[in-house]
Design a protein around this ligand. Structure first.
Ligand code: DGL
Length: 277
């Protein structure tokens, strides 16, 4: 690790990493909430998806992303990927030498607070769901809660295909949501970078009695608190910078970036973060 010798500075950028481009939804929430902060985004597009991979593999990938961002002298790191947060948050916190925030704790806390009945559904990748990380956070905040987790492995490819309002996606969603709806949940956590793009379809399917919790928005709010508490908030007046790095040629980067981030991306570079080869 080759980080700063003098500790993080408020003028430094916030580093955000994800398994691919889905984390741009989290970056977007961060940039909306904290418009003075410069950002460095790393999307591990060569190795996406993390969702179905083994826990040890995801841990190694997350540490390599951490080393890359620390070399960019970031003042804090946001793990935008739910799967990487669920599998590797403590390892990244040990390694980084700067404050590290994952998406699970803010999303889980928000759900625990928002739910009236304490019956909470969580949808995510297989990796996130099998880690039970959201259940742990929710139970920690609210011991009486009942948490029902459901893996929705088809959602990521469907969103990447742009089928966010499509009958195929609607059918898959009905099938995934059915067991959660049978449990009488009143709150549903969108525990994956890609799912905020399915919000309109999911709200229509679950109806007005179930509120959707977006981990991206809660994470941006938690980052705001974390930077203020650590005296690391930027007071910059000029336009903040935004750099983007990917680990593979992102053939459809522009298209996906526009869809997920809502804007064009200027500074994009391809890098290697793989320490094994
Ligand atoms: N970024 C992942 C997550 O939030 C979804 C994509 C993947 O499986 O890598 O869990």
């Amino acid at each position: 690790m080759t980080g700063s010798d003098t500790g993080p500075a408020p003028s430094g950028p916030v580093g955000v990493f994800d398994s691919g481009l889905g984390g741009l939804t989290v970056l977007r929430a961060v940039r909306d909430r904290l418009p003075r902060e410069s950002t460095v985004y790393l999307g591990d597009t060569a190795r996406v998806p993390y969702g179905p991979k083994a826990a040890d593999t995801i841990r190694r990938y997350a540490l390599e992303a951490t080393d890359f961002l620390v070399d960019k002298r970031v003042k804090a790191i946001v793990i935008a990927c739910n799967t990487a947060t669920a599998r590797a948050l403590p390892d990244v916190q040990d390694r980084a030498g700067v404050p590290v925030l994952g998406v699970v704790e803010p999303g889980g806390r928000a759900a625990a607070t928002a739910s009236a009945s304490g019956r909470i559904g969580v949808i995510g990748t297989r990796g996130t769901v099998s880690s039970r990380a959201y259940s742990r956070v929710i139970h920690h905040c609210r011991p009486d809660a009942e948490v029902f987790e459901q893996a929705c492995p088809l959602f990521v490819p469907l969103v990447e295909e742009g089928w966010t309002d499509d009958d195929v996606t609607r059918l898959a969603a009905q099938r995934y949501l059915e067991p959660l709806l049978e449990k009488g949940i009143d709150t549903l956590v969108l525990a994956c970078t890609h799912y905020p793009l399915l919000k309109p379809l999911l709200s229509e399917l679950v109806g007005p009695g179930i509120q959707l919790i977006d981990s991206a928005e809660s994470t941006a709010a938690a980052l705001d608190d974390l930077l203020s508490a650590a005296g690391l908030s930027s007071s910059r007046e000029e336009q903040p910078g935004a750099s983007y790095y990917v680990t593979d040629e992102a053939a459809r980067f522009d298209l996906l970036a526009r869809r997920l981030l809502g804007e064009e991306v200027d500074h994009l570079e391809m890098v290697s973060v793989d320490s094994t080869g």
